[in-house]
Write a protein that binds this ligand. Structure first.
Ligand SMILES: [Zn+2]
Length: 561
């Protein structure tokens, strides 16, 4: 009988040896069965998803538990993004992250509020000391919610290593049942070299996919010549959940020998925007379909593993080969695509000339473009390849192509506003013009004297816009001069028509009060349990400022006893 524990120890050591991550160290952060609305590294807008999105049965307020012993190392509250977030660092060096929370456990909530009242801000970021907020595995640390940029109640759960890289939490033994194969919805072939062709064409070709009874796929036979590559649209579903989530691994094979792998186990936040190069970005921007390229074109994303020639196939006249793609989920369910490829040199390959413009962006250098009062500064390594940029300025409108070319970094746009009237100067901002109606959308604009500058993520059309309109402030659950003795909350709606809310400040009898801001419902909420005032007659004052500095003030009197 004494052998049993040794035997179990042997088994668990064996399992963990397969991926080097501690197994069973982290427990579930929720008390309900885990069903995912999103999984690790699935493709999102400009980034890979860095954790698991766990469904909370359409509810907020479920208990969130510490996944292991540790200490609260960081608390961050922001209007957007992760909303209310908790970071717990564990003795083994990993940090678990819990986001979109509704509130913290009473002890942590008291710590947070104390800090918020001290710095007089709803948005905070604090790094408690190691011994300050200790937690035990399974201890209540927070309640699940829908705060920040969350599109519905869920818990975002992440595991990071010491280097702050996000790691697939499933690798730590978090178990989600999954018995079905990934689904592949489309397949494309790309001619890559100047003289390459696919089915006699020099542009990417959508290939017909026939699903087989066993869940695999047969592709139409391809005639090709020169360097070519492939891309697929694929997703995976876990049992008990209808969500289309990401896959775990993709490998490609030429006549049985592997040439490329996409390994969705771990990535760093520095590289997460390489997603835009991994997918066919122009295809996504024009067709809203994310197709994943199974070859690397100057993409340093660490999840791409080139085994041979960056995943690119070189097809000759005499080539006759079978190319296979294997897509697998975390539970090793695999879907295969078989693609027969025949070499055939197109007799009249077009050899399309590449677009040229006078504005060559040498990716290793700095590029400064200037016309009229507009300048554009592009720093080294912003583009993936050397690039001929289309740059046009007409009055105040700057045309920098369409947003179909992925960028690694931001670039700067500056406007000199010396020639505007003083009244205008303070109301101007840099806007991205969106859609056929050229609707102006605020780009974070910095002012230095008469120069406005924005740091820009994507190409597009930009202009100066003017915001003369103050935010609006409307009480939601009370009126001026009302008795509200039995109210738990004060609720106010705030909004801004053009540049959006930049900040707000609320006081009762001139004392700062914490109002939590939910941008999705445009609601500010004060909790009377904060007990800022014991007076019967109270003056509430709320000042709301938009991004160019227009501000509105709301005042009301209320009575309590
Ligand atoms: Zn998430």
């Amino acid at each position: 009988m004494k052998l049993a524990p040794f035997f179990l120890l042997f088994i668990s050591t064996y399992i963990s040896a397969q991926n080097n991550y501690p197994q069973d160290y982290f427990g579930s952060p929720l008390e309900i069965p885990l069903i995912l609305s999103g999984n690790f590294a699935e493709l999102r807008s400009n980034h890979f998803h860095s954790g698991l999105d766990i469904k909370t049965q359409q509810r907020i307020g479920l208990k969130v538990l510490a996944a292991a012993d540790g200490f609260v190392s960081r608390i961050k509250i922001q209007h957007y993004g992760y909303g209310k977030t908790l970071y717990i660092t564990h003795p083994n060096g990993y940090t678990t992250v819990y986001a979109h929370l509704s509130e913290y456990s009473p002890e942590i909530e008291a710590y947070v509020k104390k800090h918020q009242y001290k710095v007089e801000s709803y948005e905070i970021e604090v790094f408690p000391n190691t011994g300050e907020l200790l937690v035990k595995k399974g201890e209540l640390v927070a309640y699940s919610g829908n705060s920040g940029g969350s599109g519905g109640p869920h818990l975002h759960f992440e595991i990071r290593n010491k280097e702050e890289h996000a790691i697939n939490p499933m690798l730590f033994g978090i178990d989600i049942k999954d018995t079905s194969k990934p689904i592949i919805t489309s397949l494309y072939a790309y001619p890559i070299g100047d003289s390459s062709t696919v089915n006699k064409s020099q542009t990417k070709q959508k290939l017909k996919l026939t699903p087989l009874k066993n869940g695999d796929y047969m592709a139409e036979s391809v005639n090709a010549f020169g360097d070519i590559g492939f891309a697929i649209n694929t997703f995976d579903r876990q049992d008990f959940g209808a969500n289309s989530n990401g896959v775990y691994n993709i490998q490609t094979f030429i006549n049985g020998s592997q040439n490329f792998e996409v390994d969705f186990r771990k990535f760093s936040f520095d590289e997460t925007n390489r997603l835009n190069r991994f997918i066919d970005y122009e295809h996504f921007k024009t067709k809203q379909e994310r197709i994943q390229k199974l070859f690397s074109d100057n993409n340093d994303l660490s999840m791409l593993k080139s085994i041979k020639n960056n995943g690119i196939l070189t097809i000759q006249d005499s080539t006759n080969l079978v190319y296979k793609i294997r897509v697998s989920d975390y539970k090793s369910n695999e879907a295969w695509i078989t693609i027969p490829i025949k070499g055939s040199k197109a007799t009249n390959a077009l050899n399309q000339g590449k677009k040229t413009t006078p504005y060559f962006v040498y990716t290793k250098g700095t590029t400064n473009l200037k016309e009229g009062n507009v300048s554009v500064d592009i720093f080294p390594d912003t583009f993936y390849d050397d690039y001929y940029l289309d740059f046009k300025v007409k009055n105040d409108t700057l045309f920098l192509e369409k947003d179909v070319v992925p960028l690694k970094k931001t670039f700067n746009i500056s406007y000199d506003i010396t020639n505007y009237s003083d009244a205008d100067k303070s109301k101007l901002y840099i806007a991205r013009l969106i859609g056929a109606k050229k609707y102006p959308v605020y780009e974070n604009t910095k002012r230095k004297g008469n120069i406005l500058t924005s740091s820009i993520k994507n190409l597009g059309t930009f202009a100066l816009a003017r915001d003369n309109v103050k935010p609006t402030i409307t009480p939601l659950n009370f009126k001026d001069n009302q008795w509200i003795s039995d109210f738990r909350y004060l609720k106010i709606k705030i909004s801004d028509a053009q540049t959006d809310i930049s900040n707000f400040r609320a006081t009762i009898n001139d004392k700062w009060i914490l109002m939590e801001y939910d941008y999705k419902t445009k609601t500010l909420t004060y909790d009377f349990n904060d007990a800022v005032s014991n007076e019967t007659k109270n003056n509430l004052k709320v000042i709301v400022t938009d991004n160019v500095g227009n501000s509105a003030t709301f005042e009301a009197t209320f009575y309590r006893k």
